[in-house]
Design a protein around this ligand. Structure first.
Ligand SMILES: [Fe+2]
Length: 166
């Protein structure tokens, strides 16, 4: 795992250092798709001991984080954005049904935002999607799944606001 992870981290750092915007993120998503095409990489990065949210790497310069997620059974999240960050979801095992939303009214600390679903699609193994700053989505997982995610910043330190679908 160490070599595969350090290679991935240094490639992400090179790509995002040269191009921190959507173009760089799209290239990182391609990189993740290529990586997850090889089951040996999946086994190395998301071994059976992986929990629901394991931070594998934090970049000391650019701040992005590489995370592994493994859900042993159904797992869904309500509509959310990633605060001021972007995120890339790369499916490794199983399938995620993702719904995207448009913002109808913004969220505040006191009042949840209002959102409306715009499309639903599946993330299959080897597929990676970029969610830019402010993009709203909700994943539904009906069986065991695992994925790699890259966040633009460490979201555990970011205050999250709530959204309700209407
Ligand atoms: Fe998300």
């Amino acid at each position: 795992m160490e070599q595969i992870l350090s290679d991935l981290a240094s490639k992400c750092s090179d790509i995002l250092g040269a191009n921190p915007g959507p173009e760089g993120r799209a290239r990182v998503a391609e990189l993740l798709s290529e990586l997850l095409a090889d089951s040996a990489n999946i086994e190395a990065l998301i071994p059976p001991t992986t929990g629901e949210r394991d931070v594998l790497y934090r970049d000391p310069d650019l701040g992005f984080c590489i995370l592994a997620h493994q859900y042993p059974g159904p797992k869904s999240s309500p509509p959310h954005d990633h605060g001021s960050s972007w995120a890339i979801y790369a499916q490794a095992r199983g399938e995620t049904e993702m719904t995207d939303f448009e913002l109808l009214s913004p969220a505040s600390e006191e009042v949840p935002g209002k959102v409306r679903a715009t499309r639903t699609y599946r993330l299959r193994p080897g597929e990676a999607y970029v969610y830019e700053e402010g993009d709203l989505h909700a994943p539904t997982r009906t069986g065991p799944t695992s994925l790699l995610r890259i966040e633009g910043t460490d979201m555990s330190k970011v205050k999250r606001l709530r959204f309700e679908a209407v």
